[in-house]
Design a protein around this ligand. Structure first.
Ligand SMILES: NC(=O)C1=CN([C@@H]2O[C@H](COP(=O)(O)OP(=O)(O)OC[C@H]3O[C@@H](n4cnc5c(N)ncnc54)[C@H](OP(=O)(O)O)[C@@H]3O)[C@@H](O)[C@H]2O)C=CC1
Ligand SMILES: Nc1nc2c(ncn2[C@@H]2O[C@H](COP(=O)(O)O)[C@@H](O)[C@H]2O)c(=O)[nH]1
Length: 323
């Protein structure tokens, strides 16, 4: 088995066939809608909130609202629909979540996208929730995760999920690999490649994105969408206020399984940290789009799918060589 991560891979260019990078099409159809770029901010409390979800949906970007204020989720769906926008929410797998799904059905608040968001998605309890949601809300596009093996992808797809989310432990705020010894941390890109051999439905690569070029690498190894936490948590529009230390600006970022998120030191697999303040999120997303357009041109193509077939080399820890 080839084992590598984002920093170990370089994609090999093909002859360019477009006159300008602006001719490259970065759009992606994911579920019922098409988005400008294959990027989704992580469904974490320090990355997404109502205002940002509205802005993203209005501006052609995908989003997934987090599940950490469960009582607000139905109102959120109603509010997004009242604005003519799509609703995309997260659920867990505990007993109360079944009641929540029943309430959505009873009140006809049907989100366009639902994500089952648990640490270890290859589980009979996730499969039970997939069956329940597919029975009660068959028109919602159902994403399930997180997974890290081809067996898991096969089983979760067969259970009825419309897409899977791949990545156990590669996140910046993650301590799963340290606390449990398990995961795809350190070989996330190779794990994505393995999962793509089994996948018959779209995959979201989740965690470990440190540079914009990692988005193109994720697409090369099978991702339809790339979930990003730390790199998108430091913006003006990100939840929380700006913190200044020694003249430098930061924002808070914490793991969804951190003590801070859970309010108790129980099954903690995440930590909290500061990430550098990065200004407006629109500028970062636009730069990601421009860099992806450039990636498509280096791939010798015109659209995102053309990145999928490029050759690559494994050059261990190559990313900062030459800088
Ligand atoms: N992508 C990643 O690598 C990781 C992401 N996270 C994120 O942290 C948040 C909290 O996750 P999670 O703890 O799953 O949420 P929950 O607290 O909702 O736990 C999910 C359910 O599964 C049960 N469970 C059994 N085994 C496991 C296991 N190994 N890991 C997790 N749950 C298990 C839990 O019971 P009980 O609590 O009693 O065990 C609980 O009932 C989520 O947003 C998740 O995405 C967390 C860790 C890793
Ligand atoms: N192991 C843990 N993983 C976590 C936790 N909270 C979130 N996450 C995962 O990280 C990604 C974001 O990764 P990044 O590298 O872009 O910062 C996120 O989407 C989750 O899958 C956690 O507490 N523990």
């Amino acid at each position: 088995m080839e084992v590598f991560d984002y920093e170990d891979i370089q994609l090999i260019p093909n002859k360019c066939i477009i006159k300008s990078r602006s001719d490259a099409d970065t759009s992606i159809k994911f579920g019922p809608k098409t988005f400008k770029i294959p990027v989704v901010p992580a469904n974490m409390e320090t990355v997404i909130n109502d205002d940002l979800a509205i802005w993203l949906a209005e501006n052609g970007y995908f989003y997934i609202m987090h599940r950490f204020q469960p009582e607000k989720r139905e109102g959120f769906i109603e509010m997004m629909h009242a604005k003519g926008l799509f609703a995309s929410i997260s659920v867990g797998i505990k007993d109360d979540e079944y009641k929540f799904i029943d309430e959505l059905v009873a009140h006809n608040h049907k989100p366009e996208y639902i994500t089952i968001d648990v640490a270890h998605g290859h589980s009979d309890f996730v499969i039970k929730m997939i069956h329940y949601i597919k029975e009660k809300l068959p028109d919602s596009f159902l994403i399930a995760g997180n997974l890290g093996t081809p067996e898991a992808v096969r089983e979760i797809e067969n259970a009825g999920a419309d897409a899977t989310k791949i990545g156990i432990g590669p996140g910046k705020a993650c301590i799963t690999k340290l606390k449990t010894g398990f995961g795809t941390g350190g070989w996330q890109l190779a794990a994505l490649r393995l999962c793509s051999k089994a996948a018959r439905k779209p995959m979201i690569a989740d965690g470990g994105i440190r540079f914009n070029g990692d988005i193109a690498k994720s697409v090369r190894f099978g991702a339809s969408m790339v979930m990003i936490g730390s790199l998108l948590a430091g913006h003006e529009e990100s939840p929380g206020s700006v913190i200044s230390i020694d003249g430098k600006k930061y924002k808070q970022y914490w793991g969804s399984a951190s003590e801070k998120q859970k309010g108790a030191y129980r099954n903690v697999e995440g930590r909290q940290m500061l990430v550098p303040y990065r200004g407006k999120i629109s500028d970062t997303l636009f730069e990601m789009q421009q860099d992806l357009q450039s990636s498509i041109s280096y791939a010798g193509g015109k659209e995102l799918k053309d990145i999928r077939t490029v050759d690559y080399v494994i050059v261990k820890n190559s990313i900062l060589n030459g800088d």
